[in-house]
Design a protein around this ligand. Structure first.
Ligand code: ATP
Ligand code: MG
Length: 519
């Protein structure tokens, strides 16, 4: 573990803050500030991702050593590590918020993985930084469990995401007012080590642009392209255009993955948008249980529901417009930026059609299939039917034999089930007619549907149950969930409970249907 080769390209290529220490400050003309993690009382490794550990070259012995927990709690550094926090801004709920920055994220360094690619190791919750503003730089166990598990679950679902290496409890308590209602409580603290090729966000580009620091903006753009988009060719301006278009396409595929699986990010501010098109910042996210286009897990967003499930594609587009605005000083005219935004629309449209074809088991999505899907969604909404169970049941049965009884496990409300029976029969009739006009054979159809319709998603109540167990001293629920979510598309005999609908106790429970940014 001590001979990790650190890659400090980011620090060498881009200007840093001349000041040291973690005093809160405005940082201009610089993209990062060197800052030490603040040591914690008693680091204890609670869970780790075996795939990520293998990728980074940590063997069982290294993971079991006390040094591993100490390193990934921020209590100890390896030789050559120069930890830093980065400087970014962002649009929060539609408003420009100025400088934000890594207020509780500290990068330990970047190392080459087994794949020879750079992987940045970043601690979340490692103490104050110059960007902590009024907050404490810490994270609580419940939010850290959520970030750790969902990062890995998302990866195994095949949706671009930052990853998680480790979850360490700190032995320190952290004060949090979970619902901002004047009832702060002490909660156990934790640190997640998350991992990605880069944690650059839209906000890293927006901040220098907003300050008129075009030189810094250009240096950052050139660095980002050279390092993370080296395949882009052509003149400097052509590369900028291609780069922006690729960010748009990647963002479209990311959000299409969320829509396919029922993920709601919760805080889609531009500071939570990765320039690599990765899902980033697992805060008050949620997974759709009963299909509801307005599902908004984040109580902080309960009024406007800006970040509701069904608005995510348009919000990502809005965020890309902000990025285009920020990057515009790099362009002589707006055409390449508009072309990028158009690429978002085209890619998203194509991905949405692929989703429909996959979820319904069709060789291709015709125009009329869009309506078929809209009608099924409207039906699920009215019937209060579980989205994941509906589609998986649809995947696993011969269409000829489907009746409302086949979907018995998907309903949350008996009266709504009964009231919706005729409408489902009518929809199934149309679906069967459509399948009769589709060339796929039954085996291929089933395989495709099972690959588009996960059986296991990281339902909020499952995570909440694991969190409550962990808070009581038993982390085994986290390990089990991590294991189940490694194979979300496979049937896992004996683990049916993890594919079940939300139990009644979780309907209005904090942590299940209501989450806040207090984490
Ligand atoms: N406990 C905290 N201490 C210091 N800064 C914080 C804390 N919580 C959030 N922030 C900062 O507030 C801003 C917005 O927070 P947001 O909830 O989007 O991010 P986050 O959950 O900290 O993490 P990230 O985006 O790094 O995953 C960011 O600048 C973030 O660093
Ligand atoms: Mg954030």
């Amino acid at each position: 573990m001590t001979n990790l080769r650190l890659d400090d390209t980011f620090l060498r290529a881009l200007p840093g803050d001349p000041d040291r220490g973690n005093a809160v400050r405005e940082v201009r003309g610089a993209l990062w500030s060197e800052v030490m993690p603040t040591p914690v009382l008693a680091p204890k490794l609670v869970a780790y991702s075996r795939e990520m550990a293998a990728m980074l070259g940590f063997d069982d012995e290294a993971i079991a050593s006390p040094g591993f927990a100490e390193l990934f709690a921020g209590n100890r550094l390896l030789e050559g590590m120069r930890p830093y926090a980065t400087n970014y801004g962002g649009h929060q709920f539609g408003q420009w918020a100025g400088q934000l920055g890594d207020g509780r994220a500290i990068t330990l360094g970047t190392i080459a993985g087994r794949d020879r690619q750079p992987w940045e190791l970043q601690l979340k919750g490692a103490g104050k930084t110059p960007y902590s503003r009024h907050a404490d730089g810490r994270a609580v166990l419940r939010s850290s469990v959520r970030e750790f598990l969902c990062s890995e679950a998302m990866h195994h679902l095949g949706i671009p995401t930052t990853r998680a290496l480790s979850l360490v409890t700190t032995g320190d308590d952290v004060l949090r007012d979970m619902f901002y209602d004047g009832h702060p409580q002490l909660e156990p603290g934790a640190v997640v080590c998350r991992v990605a090729p880069s944690f650059l966000r839209f906000g890293h580009f927006e901040l220098p642009a907003a300050r008129g620091d075009i030189d810094l903006l250009r240096r950052l753009a050139d660095f980002c392209i050279d390092r993370h988009f080296p395949h882009l060719q052509g003149s400097r301006e052509q590369r900028y255009g291609e780069w922006f278009a690729e960010i748009c396409r990647r963002s479209a595929l990311m959000v299409a993955g969320w829509m396919r699986t029922g993920f709601v990010h919760g805080v889609l501010n531009t500071d939570n948008m990765s320039i690599l098109g990765l899902t980033i910042d697992y805060g008050p996210y949620g997974w759709v249980d009963d299909y509801d286009p307005d599902f908004t897990p984040n109580t902080t967003d309960a009024q406007g529901r800006r970040y509701r499930y069904s608005w995510q594609p348009r919000v990502v587009y809005w965020n890309l417009v902000q990025l285009a605005r920020a990057l515009s000083p790099l362009f002589a005219d707006a055409a390449p930026l508009q072309a990028g935004l158009d690429a978002f629309a085209a890619t998203h449209d194509e991905a949405e059609r692929a989703t429909i074809a996959g979820k319904l088991g069709l060789a291709e999505c015709r125009d009329s299939d869009l309506q078929l899907m809209i009608d099924l969604q409207a039906w699920m909404h009215a019937a209060e039917a579980d989205m994941t169970i509906m589609f998986r049941t649809l995947s696993d049965h011969d269409a000829a034999a489907l009746t409302v009884e086949t979907f018995a496990d998907a309903f949350y409300d008996d009266a709504k089930r009964i009231a919706s029976t005729d409408a489902l029969d009518a929809w199934l009739q149309r679906y069967r007619q459509r399948l009769a006009d589709d060339p796929l054979d039954a085996t291929v159809r089933r395989e495709r549907m099972r690959a588009a319709n996960p059986k296991y998603i990281l339902r909020n109540w499952l995570t909440q149950r694991a969190i409550e167990q962990a808070q009581a001293g038993d982390p085994s629920g986290i390990h089990t969930l991590l294991e189940v979510m490694r194979r979300p598309y496979d049937d896992q005999p004996g683990r049916e409970e993890f594919a079940g609908k939300r139990p009644e106790w979780a309907r209005h429970r904090a942590g299940c249907s209501m989450l806040s940014c207090s984490s």
